[in-house]
Design a protein around this ligand. Structure first.
Ligand SMILES: Cc1ncc(COP(=O)(O)O)c(C=O)c1O
Length: 355
């Protein structure tokens, strides 16, 4: 008998590479290519470092209040976490405790099964259809008794958005379990399912500052739900670690939310670049599901995903590639600045011509 017999052994999530070399064109983790709102910069310069000797506000009151005003949701229906990863992990701990399986798609955010394994949650994956769409009827409780559902909308890494009415059916058809809708990419053209929290007490809408608000480094995530649902989440969070979000993140998050014009301008720029890149990629022989996110999940007609991934890496352009069933020929390409995308397109063109 060794102490190792008592170790919780897990296969960890593998995040996209964060290279130290800043000259690399980084299109591999769906970060925002533009800086955070100017107010964030100003506030950092004005921050009183002496205050850091104190613990942060456990309730992130100022950030909750800013989100409450912006999204017009009562404060007691908002939960804050250290990135949406933290919010989602807490939600698993809080809501997914049934013997029945939690359901999510076979191709989706690759953290979902990692949390399930980590927390000992029974789960079942449901295959996306041949066009990579979520078969939403397969998540109805009557058809598939379950202990919860988690769906990313738009789904990652495929990028497809499902309309709110279709998701509402999943929520309505699962009165006995909690349905989590992970809206990490919702600001790039989709419509949030947020209004559903007024009609259903079993839905949790999760969003993040990491993509559309250009604050991945600050680790800010948040969720909306019924008062009851949010209180359960808070109880679990406070039983785990009461001081999760640090002081600067709380304050800088407020500055980001308060600049709506900058937020919208950033999202619009990314959407415009995405639509342009879609056209250019098609001309180069790529096909892809129609993306409503800040990335494109693309496959070349003749060249393998791995080969293009390596060729781009040699040219200091990082994209994401998974050696996994059904998707090994695809690359997930984050939308960068127009200059970065032009460089990507010219490298791809050269490579494909010379090959
Ligand atoms: C679908 C999805 N959900 C959640 C996250 C986590 O984001 P964060 O923890 O930075 O808020 C990501 C990150 O890439 C994601 O793709």
């Amino acid at each position: 008998m060794s102490w190792e017999d008592n170790v919780r052994k897990v296969v960890p999530y593998v995040p996209g590479e964060q290279p130290k070399d800043r000259s690399i064109i980084k299109l591999n983790t769906n970060e925002c290519p533009y800086p955070p709102a100017p107010g964030v910069r100003k506030l950092i310069q004005e921050m009183k470092y002496e205050d850091f000797r104190l613990y942060p506000d456990t309730d992130a009151t100022s950030l909750v209040s800013a989100l409450s005003k912006y999204y017009k949701v009562p404060e007691d229906q908002i939960f804050i976490g250290v990135g949406s990863d933290d919010v989602l992990a807490m939600a698993y701990l809080t809501f997914f405790n049934s013997d029945k399986p939690v359901l999510f798609p076979d191709i989706t955010y690759s953290f979902y099964d990692v949390w399930a394994d980590m927390f000992g949650v029974n789960y079942e994956t449901i295959p996306l259809d041949s066009e990579f769409r979520i078969r939403l009827e397969d998540y109805y409780g009557s058809k598939h008794p379950n202990g919860g559902v988690i769906i990313a909308n738009p789904n990652a890494p495929v990028g497809i958005y499902e309309p709110v009415e279709a998701l509402e059916k999943v929520v309505a058809e699962n009165k006995e379990s909690v349905v989590i809708i992970d809206e990490a990419y919702i600001d790039f053209g989709g419509e949030s399912a947020l209004p559903l929290i007024d009609k259903y007490d079993n839905v949790l809408i999760v969003q993040t500052f990491s993509k559309s608000r250009a604050m991945a480094g600050m680790r800010i995530g948040f969720a909306f739900g019924s008062k009851k649902l949010i209180q359960y989440l808070k109880d679990v969070k406070f039983s785990f670690n009461s001081y999760t979000m640090n002081m600067p993140s709380q304050e800088l998050g407020v500055a980001a939310v308060e600049d709506d014009a900058y937020f919208k301008e950033t999202c619009d720029k990314i959407i415009a670049t995405r639509e342009r890149v879609k056209k250019e990629l098609s001309k180069l022989g790529f096909s892809f599901p129609d993306s409503m996110t800040n990335f494109i999940f693309a496959k070349h007609d003749t060249v393998s995903g791995n080969e293009i991934f390596e060729a781009l890496k040699k040219e200091h352009i990082y994209v994401r590639h998974w050696n996994a069933e059904r998707i090994s020929d695809y690359l997930r390409i984050s939308i960068g600045t127009d200059e970065e995308m032009d460089r990507l397109l010219s490298v791809l063109k050269n490579y494909l011509e010379k090959r």
